[in-house]
Design a protein around this ligand. Sequence first.
Ligand SMILES: Nc1ncnc2c1ncn2[C@@H]1O[C@H](COP(=O)(O)OP(=O)(O)OP(=O)(O)O)[C@@H](O)[C@H]1O
Length: 259
Amino acid sequence: MAKRIDVSDLNVYYGKFHAVENVNMTIEPRSVTAFIGSSGCGKTTFLRTLNRMHEVTPGASVTGKVMLDDIDIYDPSVDPVAVRREIGMVFQRANPFPTMSIYDNVLAGAKLNNQRISKRRADEIVERSLRDANLWDEVKNRLNKPGAGLSGGQQQRLCIARATAVEPAVLLMDEPCSALDPISTLAIEDLISKLKENYTIVIVTHNMQQAARVSDRTAFFNVEDTGKPGKLIEIGDTNKIFTKPDKKETENYITGRFG
Ligand SMILES: Nc1ncnc2c1ncn2[C@@H]1O[C@H](COP(=O)(O)OP(=O)(O)OP(=O)(O)O)[C@@H](O)[C@H]1O
């Protein structure tokens, strides 16, 4: 079930370096929100704070609040592993477990969360997740073959199937198409448009056409200078951001007059 994310006064630090400053935003359920902005403005850093993934980076810390519906994900009573089950992540490079079968790859997260799954239930999860990822027809006759035997685009869809197998509320995608050819990219974009019916989706992308194609809302981040923190400049309906943004900085970036 898709959920809303509400971020207030979020700051991110790597040690003493202030990487992202004071972000406030709401990410709507059943929609796609794209994060755009120049390299180093903090898109990935900010994305990773939305499921506490930054905590695996030594020295990274956060102040502020992130609400997932009515749960404060930084509340001391909240288990970060439970947060990552609710808020899944798909990375830039498809990272299936290479020697593990396609079948077991899909189940990898689900098995961690719930040790005892019957064979019948496992079969159901695998088929549902692969169908959701538009991959079932391509792999149904080789489920026991290794994940590494798939093409790059298929591997990325396998990673999406692995992420949805645990039925999260939110999917965070960090440049999921940057290593893919144009055809595989379009397949993932189609998939994102389908998945938004059931999930809250956030995608970091360097590709403005992609943001325009797949997202309902776009957030533009910028950084004034090296060593300064990245900031959210504005967030709004994608159409508006790309045609009539409120801020001059956004317009300069969108129209290629940046830098
Ligand atoms: N592990 C880290 N330790 C220290 N600084 C980091 C670390 N990761 C990122 N940074 C710094 O934080 C800032 C934001 O980086 P981040 O990767 O989030 O930007 P980005 O907008 O996602 O960039 P890109 O589009 O190139 O991926 C940069 O100045 C970067 O050098």
